[in-house]
Design a protein around this ligand. Structure first.
Ligand code: AAT
Length: 286
């Protein structure tokens, strides 16, 4: 391994890894749940690393945070109550708060240290935590879900990969709990991995969603510092009429500009659900 570089080695993407040239290690600690590290990279701004896996870099976090938020928000006719699970950097809260219909945001993040470290080193994301509509709960997302019924219009699971504390957030029982936590017509959207590195894992998460919700789909976005440069979203709706490919809320160019959107628009939304043939085949068998 090259000196002065961080390499994202993990069995989830065997035989390959993304590397970032490091200018400085700004922070390193072991929390109750995971290893937390913040790097100042040479080319991609600061990077948050949990258990050796890149959670976000300042250079491209907007792509992921906008998409995991606005795909479900724009498929819902009136998303007033939103729950975010995970998302310890604050970026998803920042995005969700931009939607004019959203009245109240709850967020449940398991690791208080990720929140604190993000507030210190990643203020452009952690700004989401200071929004007046947000109530932040430090708790396990699975347990939180067990305690809520018919409470949310949209549940966004911005979770780390299925190793460590996030394993339970990929189980079928978690999808059932989310279903119960939704109001009628509610929509869920979860970080779902990529069909390049983890076809079986994506297929399995989508099959849990399909088994639980009358409408379900997989969409993806390009995020250069995630493994294979892509990441996907497993999305489900209680309304069987929901057509994920066609947003029910379409923001104008002027609105998108004033919301400071850098990735999302209605065409990108539609395109996210158009899959290459190999991915269609893997996912249609589910
Ligand atoms: N927006 C940044 C991207 C993330 S953050 C994932 C967050 O999920 C972390 O802050 C982690 O502490 C939190 N988390 C993990 N398990 C749980 C749980 N059980 N309950 C609540 N929060 C949890 C995701 C990056 C994806 C990386 C893709 N390779």
């Amino acid at each position: 391994l090259k000196q002065g570089w961080f390499s994202e080695l993990n069995d989830l993407w065997p035989g390959m890894s993304l590397s970032l040239e490091v200018q400085e290690v700004l922070h390193k600690e072991k929390s109750q749940f995971q290893d937390i590290m913040v790097l100042q990279t040479k080319s991609h701004g600061k990077a948050l690393i949990l258990d050796g896996i890149i959670q976000c870099t300042e250079s491209d976090e907007f792509a992921y945070q906008e998409m995991i938020s606005f795909l479900p928000l724009c498929c819902h006719p009136s998303p007033k109550r939103v729950l975010i699970v995970g998302g310890g950097d604050g970026g998803v809260a920042r995005e969700v708060a931009k939607h004019p219909d959203v009245e109240k945001i709850d967020q449940v993040e398991i690791d208080e240290r990720v929140i604190e470290v993000s507030k210190k080193y990643l203020p452009s994301m952690a700004v989401g935590f200071s929004h007046p509509k947000l109530s932040l709960h430090v708790e396990d997302g699975f347990k939180f879900m067990q305690q809520h019924e018919q409470a949310f219009d949209v549940v966004i699971t911005d979770s780390s990969d299925p190793v460590g504390p996030a394993v339970s957030l990929f189980q079928e029982s978690y999808f059932s709990l989310m279903k119960r936590a939704l109001k009628p017509g509610g929509i869920v959207c979860s970080q779902g991995g990529t069909t390049w590195a983890n076809p079986e894992h994506v297929a399995q998460t989508l099959s849990h969603c399909k088994a639980t919700f009358p409408a379900a789909a997989y969409g993806f976005a390009s995020v250069p510092t995630y493994p294979t440069g892509q990441i996907g979203f497993v999305i489900g709706s209680l309304n069987e009429e929901t057509n994920f490919k066609e947003p029910v809320r379409i923001f104008s160019e002027e609105e998108l500009e004033s919301m400071q959107m850098r990735y999302y628009n209605a065409d990108i939304h539609r395109a996210a659900f158009i899959l290459p043939r190999f991915a269609q085949k893997i996912l249609s068998s589910e």
